[in-house]
Write a protein that binds this ligand. Structure first.
Ligand SMILES: Nc1ncnc2c1ncn2[C@@H]1O[C@H](COP(=O)(O)OP(=O)(O)OP(=O)(O)O)[C@@H](O)[C@H]1O
Ligand SMILES: [Mg+2]
Length: 273
């Protein structure tokens, strides 16, 4: 279990995160959602050990890791800007970490990940010759081959197209379940957060606005920020999609029926009312 106890982080005299306390169970998938600049990457970096906390404690399975160096924590991250090695090709990047821990994954497991992430054709390409989505997949593969105790992902799906995004979401879920791998994923996208994770951590103004399962967030949003930032975005998407489909339905369906099916209902309607 990962526990954050009263974590605060200041940069100079600016308080970026204040009083973050939560527990995440082993194998749980948690999305971290919040506006740009609210401290999501900072929170991942604190957990990873790349950035020092200003106060509070980070505890993993009862062990206080607050001041344990990054390489001894056994956590791993897919950075927002990928941080791949530009002088190495895609394959060399994927297996880079195995130089130090050759037994972390077998050759077969590496090959399986390469196929799963659709990277086989790109293995010999240099990083500068890959698209954003291809780089993102190399970064995910490089992290997964190391089988970390906790997997931290900073916007891992943002440069992926819809179909591959869904398959990678499935894969992340599968890996988390199969290996009981605790996974924290930063995202801007409420739909991604609510469909991918067991619980969603919503941060606003450096504090926890809500930390709950997706259904609770939809049915019982904790405040106006969540109604505006999360639920209204989802409602717009829902309405747009329903409208697209209802416009292409056969004429047999009455306008009344179309209106009814496109209208917000239940908790959604209440939440954005
Ligand atoms: N090393 C640093 N020194 C000073 N300020 C920093 C540092 N790193 C981040 N910040 C500030 O901390 C705040 C939170 O940054 P962070 O990168 O965690 O945001 P974020 O939620 O990940 O944003 P985004 O969604 O745009 O990636 C920002 O105001 C940023 O300017
Ligand atoms: Mg960020």
């Amino acid at each position: 279990m990962l526990q954050l106890q009263n974590i605060c982080k200041n940069f100079g005299d600016r308080e970026i995160l204040s009083d973050i306390s939560l527990s995440i169970e082993k194998g749980e998938i948690v999305s971290i959602l919040g506006p740009s600049g609210c401290g999501k990457t900072t929170l991942l970096n604190l957990i990873l050990g790349l950035t020092d906390i200003s106060s509070g404690k980070i505890i993993y399975d009862g062990e206080d890791l607050s001041h344990v160096p990054m390489e001894k924590r056994g956590f791993n991250i897919v950075f927002q800007d990928f941080a791949l090695f530009p002088n190495l090709n895609a394959y060399e990047n994927i297996v880079y970490g195995l130089r130090n821990r050759p037994n972390a994954s077998t050759k077969e497991e590496v090959e399986e990940l390469i196929d799963l992430l659709g990277l086989r054709k790109h293995l010999a390409q240099r990083i500068g010759e890959l698209s954003g989505g291809q780089k993102q997949r190399v970064a995910i593969a490089r992290t997964l081959v190391m089988k970390p105790r906790i997997l931290l992902l900073d916007e891992p799906l943002s440069a992926l197209d819809g179909i591959i995004k869904e398959s990678i979401k499935e894969r992340i879920r599968g890996i988390a379940r199969q290996f009981q791998l605790t996974t924290l994923i930063v995202t801007h996208d409420p739909e991604e957060a609510l469909t991918l994770s067991d619980r969603v951590l919503i941060i606003n103004n450096g504090r926890i606005a809500q930390f709950a399962d997706p259904q609770t967030i939809i049915r019982e949003p904790a405040d106006d920020f969540i109604r505006q930032f999360i639920l209204s975005q989802l409602m717009v998407k829902r309405t747009n999609i329903l409208k697209l489909f209802s416009d292409s339905l056969p004429h047999a369906q009455s306008t009344q029926e179309q209106k009814a099916s496109a209208a917000p209902s239940g908790a959604f309607a209440q939440a954005v009312a």
